[in-house]
Ligand binder design. Structure first.
Ligand SMILES: C[S@@+](CC[C@H](N)C(=O)[O-])C[C@H]1O[C@@H](n2cnc3c(N)ncnc32)[C@H](O)[C@@H]1O
Length: 274
């Protein structure tokens, strides 16, 4: 019997097949991820920390109906947004709620594991989470993750550190140093890919300028505030002092621009032996 037309996958609109054009943060990281990813039709892919689908939709387009993409994220809100955008397209793409630090053993195995802007969220024990993730790769499978590596926005941290020193904020300065030291470097990633048994390891860093104005534009910049500037506020026990300190920093952006992020891509292959 011929299948009814409704059983054929609907053709997705072109914009859903590409990375979003106007995304100054996720898109450039995803572009560098895709540069290092060996992607073909028919592959089974696990995309971790998928958010609202960068690059899961693009991966689903590339692997086609013969492939499979499982996109996982811990945030139900992100997944709801992704599923709303997905609509009837790419039935071989499944958005599922999972914590990358506690994946069920029966997941996979996969030909490829990807994660854009993901690796920093593997804290506090990034090495162990990475090693667990590697166990979901098929023999000869590839893992490619991106993250902003140590060195990201160094000019800002140096300026903040100098200002803290000048004002005698010793405890705050020590906390800032701890926050910065906790961030993963490209060398950490290389070491942990190796200790996880991966082969043909490749680490690459691409600079990315993040533009900002001064004052409120800097303090409430959507990229800088969450995950970066919040760390400076958290160095202070007195939040009023933190606010006035940050107002002063925000007035001096010309002292630390350009702000350069390091787009780090970490890639490795599982052995061809099972
Ligand atoms: C910076 S976003 C990146 C999203 C998407 N890949 C992109 O490039 O736009 C990081 C994502 O990691 C998710 N996340 C954080 N901790 C997680 C965890 N333990 N397990 C799974 N996802 C997590 C967040 O909910 C968020 O959607």
């Amino acid at each position: 019997m011929m299948p009814s037309s409704s059983s054929y996958p609907k053709t997705p609109p072109p914009w859903l097949c590409e990375l979003p054009k106007k995304d100054p943060w996720s898109r450039p990281f995803a572009e560098s991820l895709l540069t290092h990813l060996d992607l073909q039709e028919g592959l089974a892919v696990l995309d971790v920390n998928c958010g609202d689908g960068i690059p899961a939709f693009h991966l689903a387009h590339k692997v086609g109906a013969a492939g499979q993409v499982l996109a996982i994220d811990v945030s139900e809100a992100q997944l709801m947004r992704a599923r709303a955008v997905q609509g009837p397209y790419f039935p071989w793409l499944d958005f599922r709620r999972e914590d990358v630090k506690h994946l069920p053993e029966n997941l996979g195995p996969f030909d490829r594991i990807t994660g854009n802007l993901s690796f920093m969220f593997f804290r506090p024990d990034r090495e162990t989470v990475l090693h667990q993730l590697v166990t979901f790769l098929k023999p000869d499978g590839q893992l490619v993750l991106t993250f902003p590596s140590l060195g990201t926005f160094d000019s800002l941290w140096q300026w903040v550190d100098q200002e803290m020193l000048a004002r005698g904020y010793t405890a705050e300065r020590e906390r800032l140093a701890e926050y910065i030291a906790e961030r993963p470097s490209a060398e950490d990633a290389r070491t942990w890919l190796k200790s996880g048994g991966l082969e043909r390891i490749n680490l690459a860093e691409y600079p990315l300028e993040v533009e900002t104005g001064a004052g409120q534009e800097f303090l409430h910049h959507p990229l800088l505030r969450g995950g970066f500037l919040d760390d400076v506020y958290e160095c202070f026990t007195d939040q009023e002092l933190a606010e006035s300190f940050m107002q002063d920093i925000a007035a001096e952006t010309s002292s630390f621009v350009p702000l350069i992020a390091q787009r780090c891509v970490m890639s490795g292959w599982a052995s061809s032996l099972p």
